[in-house]
Design a protein around this ligand. Structure first.
Ligand code: SF4
Length: 444
């Protein structure tokens, strides 16, 4: 049996100088790098690249910044410079020609790109929250917002808790402040990510923090409600169907949170889910989906499923297919079970042969593609909001996403006659056509 060994993520060292604003910039850059799969290095020697966030406010601060750059070069050698002194790039380059890149203050995208160039991220479908295609820098108009790290569960196919430890949630006020900053910088859509969004704040005992004259608890429902007031699209990923998810539905119905749930069900058969040791393994989940849709008729549910888990028989596959037919999920991704070094499922008996996995995968994908095509066809003739991702000046067309589409993993809306639109615009679109995954339309 082939066992996949996971690559080690690159490590970034950080030297952060200057005022609290510079510190916040550092936090934001590091948050983005963590979301991109980087680890932090507490020292120079363990770092693949060192980021020096400089201060250039006073001459003494500039000198301190230059000294810090010199030290990082001497100790590590692979240095990216950012921050206020980045405005004096020629001074830095004259003294330290070996610096890999110099970017200015608040040039988050450039500095993260420079780190990607210096120490490319190692994508791994087993641990990444963001899909491989999403490892490119996100454009300004949408941003991933990581609310916690690690996980308290111990799913049999997963090594994330082993790699990243138990759940550690960020303070809700810090998350909301970051969200506000992202929105002020042009973000129109916040993509909330974590390993288990529904469990957010469990480790903080759901404590409350002051926020804008009131309080916000470290709890998924409070956080979603507060984010819903910030004026951007709020899309929730990695939600497990715990009972409190029901309390998000009124926020979706009121237009505060996008009518979208990314729930990694992974299977439907109770027997396989038990063997997988999955959380929120609730036999009544179909009933819950029905209730959610009665409150939020346009709710889009995306999910992923694993076929060929050890011990899965034809009976369980038939159960899964019947469940999918009943659940009518909007977006489905399937994976063939792959043994990963260190995961308990890797050494389980009754491993499923590769050709059988492939055949099961094909059946799941054929069914979910048919369901997707049928659901999208029902949208033809309707009017939907579309967030523009890219415009094509040559054809006059544009590509965007509806509220039902997360970037990179879901479908797109292709627009004709979209002259004058820009990435980040949200426009009303008449849907004219559809296929298996995408919609086609014209702005109104
Ligand atoms: S919920 Fe399971 S699959 Fe997800 S990170 Fe935790 S242990 Fe891994």
């Amino acid at each position: 049996m082939n066992v996949t060994t996971l690559p080690k993520p690159p490590r970034v060292g950080l030297v952060s100088l200057g005022c609290p604003k510079a510190l916040v910039d550092s936090e934001r850059i590091m948050t983005k790098l963590r979301a991109d799969g980087y680890d932090m290095s507490p020292d120079y020697t363990g770092a693949d690249v060192v980021l020096v966030n400089t201060c250039g406010f006073l001459d003494s601060a500039k000198e301190e910044s230059l000294e810090a750059i010199g030290e990082a070069i001497a100790e590590n050698g692979r240095v990216v410079v950012t921050g206020c002194m980045g405005k004096d790039a020629e001074v830095i380059r004259a003294r330290f020609p070996q610096v890999l890149a110099v970017t200015g203050p608040q040039q988050y995208e450039e500095v993260v790109a420079a780190v990607h160039d210096a120490a490319p991220p190692v994508p791994s479908p087993f641990i990444d929250l963001v899909p491989e295609a999403g490892l490119k820098l996100t454009p300004r108009h949408y941003s991933y917002l990581k609310i916690s790290e690690g996980c308290n569960h111990r799913c049999a196919f997963c090594i994330i808790p082993h790699l990243r430890g138990d759940l550690v949630s960020r303070r809700p006020d810090a998350i909301l402040r970051e969200a506000e900053k992202l929105i002020a910088a042009g973000t129109k859509e916040l993509l909330v990510i974590s390993q288990d969004t529904s469990a957010y704040g469990v480790d903080l005992r759901h404590k409350a923090w002051p926020w804008k004259g009131t309080e916000v608890r470290a709890h998924m429902t409070d956080l979603a409600a507060a984010m819903g007031e910030l004026g951007a699209w709020v899309r929730l990923h990695y939600v497990y169907p715990y009972p409190h998810v029901d309390r998000i539905m009124p926020m979706m119905a009121a237009g505060k949170v996008l009518p979208y749930l990314d729930i990694p069900f992974q299977h439907a058969s109770p027997k396989v889910l038990r063997a997988m040791r999955r959380p929120a393994n609730d036999a009544k989940v179909l009933q819950r989906i029905r209730e959610w849709r009665s409150q939020v008729p346009d709710l889009a549910i995306r999910s992923t499923f694993v076929v060929g888990f050890p011990g899965e028989t034809e009976e369980e596959v038939a159960y899964l297919l019947a469940w999918l037919e009943e659940a009518q999920l909007d977006r489905v991704g399937a994976f063939k079970f792959e043994p990963v070094e260190g995961a308990p499922a890797t050494t389980m008996d009754e491993q499923v042969p590769e050709d059988v996995k492939q055949e099961r995968y094909d059946r799941v994908m054929a069914l979910s593609t048919r369901i997707s095509a049928e659901k999208l066809a029902r949208k033809v003739g309707s009017t939907i909001d579309v967030l523009i991702d890219a415009v094509d000046d040559e054809t006059g067309g544009a590509t965007g996403r509806s509220k039902a589409d997360a970037p990179e993993i879901d479908g797109e809306v292709h627009l004709r006659d979209a002259g004058g639109l820009e990435a980040g615009d949200i426009v009303s679109v008449l849907v004219e056509d559809s296929d298996e995954h995408d919609l086609y339309g014209v702005p109104l």
